[in-house]
Ligand binder design. Structure first.
Ligand SMILES: *Cc1c(COP(=O)(O)O)cnc(C)c1O
Length: 384
C-alpha cells in the first residue's frame, strides 16, 4: 500500500540537501564553537554563518537570533523570560495571550499563573480564531508584562494580523511575542515591519532537523535566561551549540524561502481543491479557521457525528496520515481548546480533522484522499 503523508503541520521530512550540509559537522568538523583552537573556530564560523542566514530570512539582525532546542523552548523562553523581566523592571504582573495559542505558550502561561503569581488574561478571538484587535486595545494596560499571539495557527491555519497587533503593543511599550513556528515555511516574515519583539521558530516544521529552533529577541531587549550555565549565546542561553542542527536549520530556512512563492502557489491550489471538495462531498462537514487568511498548506474541518480519533485510525488504515489538529493530543479524548475558543460545542469539536500539505504532496495524492474520505467518514459515523 502506498502511504500518503498529509500531516506537514506535525513535522516535515528533512530536506536531502540539508542533510548533506549537516553531515560534516557530526564527524570531521566536530569542534566545540566555544573552544579557542582551530577546531573550535571552524565550528564557531559555521554557527555564526547560520545565525546570519536565519536573521536575513526573517528581517532581523544576527545578534538578535538565539539558538534553542526547538519551538517549545523558544516559546517557554520568550514568555517566561519576558514576564519575569517585566515584573522585575516595572512590577507588571499580567500576561495577555490569545486562547488559540500552542500548548507551549498556553501551559507556560498557566505555570506562570499557578506558581509564579502572574495573572493570565485571554484576548478575544473571532469565529475563525483571529485576534480581536479592539479587545486587545481594551485589555492591554500598564500592568501587562507581555503579549503573545500566534502568527499562524497550527490547528486551524488562521493567520493573525501580526502587524496590527505589533502596532498596538508598540504604542503601549509592551513586549510582543509571536509563535511563528507554523508561519516560517509559508509566509513573508519581516519582524521589523511587524514590530515583533520576540519570535519563535522550530526547524522541523520547515524541512530542517528536529530538536533545534531559535528565538529572535529584538536588539536591546534582555530576557531573564531559562537555561543557565556557560556563556554561550551572549549569556542568554547556555549549553554547547548543536552545530549540525544549527547548520541544518539555516540551510532549510534558506531553501524554503527560495522556494516559497512557487510552492505557496502550488499548495494554495491543492488546498482550495481539497477544501471545496470535502465540503461538497461530505455531508455535515464544516471548515474550521479562516477561509482565506489561512496557511497555504492547511485544511481543517469538523464533521458532525464523527469521533475524530476513530476517523484518524480509519484513514491511517486506508493509507492516509492526517491529524485531529495538534500532534500533542494523542490519546486525549477531551476536545481541543482552540476549537472551543472559536465557539464550537464540545461534541462537534471532537469530530475534527486536519489535513496539511507539503513539498511531496501531489495532485494525485489529494485526489486519492478526496475519493477515500467520504466513505471513511460514513464508516466512522456508523461505528458511532
Ligand atoms: C510544532 C509547534 C511548536 C513546538 O515546536 P517544537 O520544535 O516541536 O518544540 C510550537 N508552536 C507551534 C505553532 C507549532 O506548530
Amino acid at each position: 500500500m502506498e502511504r500518503v503523508y498529509l500531516d506537514y503541520a506535525a513535522t516535515t521530512p528533512l530536506d536531502d540537501r540539508v542533510f548533506i550540509k549537516m553531515m560534516p559537522w557530526f564527524k570531521q568538523d566536530f569542534g566545540n564553537p566555544s573552544s579557542v583552537h582551530y577546531f573550535g573556530q571552524q565550528a564557531e564560523a559555521a554557527v555564526e554563518n547560520a545565525r546570519k542566514m536565519i536573521a536575513g530570512c526573517v528581517g532581523a539582525e544576527p545578534e538578535e537570533v538565539i539558538f534553542t532546542s526547538g519551538g517549545t523552548e523558544s516559546d517557554n523562553f520568550a514568555l517566561r523570560g519576558a514576564a519575569l523581566r517585566e515584573r522585575e523592571n516595572r512590577g507588571a504582573n499580567e500576561i495577555l495571550i490569545s486562547p488559540v495559542e500552542h500548548h507551549a505558550i498556553k501551559t507556560t502561561a498557566e505555570q506562570l499563573r499557578d506558581h509564579f503569581g502572574f495573572e493570565v488574561t485571554y484576548i478575544d478571538v473571532d469565529e475563525y480564531g483571529m485576534i480581536d484587535l479592539r479587545d486587545l486595545e481594551q485589555k492591554i494596560n500598564p500592568n501587562t508584562a507581555v503579549v503573545s499571539a500566534i502568527y499562524a495557527n497550527n490547528e486551524i491555519g488562521t493567520i493573525n494580523p501580526i502587524n496590527e497587533i505589533g502596532k498596538i503593543c508598540h504604542q503601549q511599550c509592551i513586549p510582543f511575542h509571536s509563535d511563528g513556528v507554523q508561519a516560517v515555511a509559508h509566509l513573508d516574515i519581516d519582524l521589523k515591519r511587524d514590530k515583533v519583539d520576540l519570535f519563535s521558530l522550530g526547524a522541523h516544521k520547515f524541512y530542517g532537523p528536529k530538536g533545534i529552533g531559535a528565538l529572535v529577541v529584538r536588539q536591546g531587549y534582555s530576557l531573564i535566561p531559562m537555561v543557565t550555565g556557560g556563556k554561550q549565546e551572549e549569556n542568554r542561553r547556555a549549553g554547547t551549540h548543536n552545530v549540525p542542527s544549527i547548520v541544518g536549520m539555516a540551510a532549510a530556512l534558506k531553501q524554503v524561502q527560495d522556494d516559497r512563492l512557487m510552492e505557496c502557489q502550488r499548495l494554495t491550489i491543492l488546498r482550495d481543491t481539497l477544501i471545496n471538495e470535502v465540503l461538497q462531498s461530505v455531508p455535515g462537514s464544516k471548515l474550521t479557521g479562516h477561509p482565506r487568511m489561512r496557511l497555504p498548506n492547511h485544511a481543517s474541518f469538523v464533521f458532525e457525528k464523527v469521533n475524530g480519533n476513530q476517523l484518524l485510525i480509519l484513514l491511517d488504515m486506508a493509507g492516509f496520515a492526517c491529524s485531529s489538529g495538534s500532534a500533542c493530543k494523542i490519546g486525549d479524548p477531551s476536545p481541543s481548546d482552540v476549537l472551543l475558543a472559536i465557539g464550537l460545542d464540545p461534541i462537534t469539536a471532537l469530530g475534527s480533522l486536519r489535513v496539511t500539505l507539503g513539498r511531496e504532496t501531489t495532485k494525485r495524492q489529494v485526489d486519492q484522499f478526496l475519493q477515500t474520505l467520504p466513505s471513511v467518514v460514513e464508516r466512522a459515523r456508523k461505528l458511532g
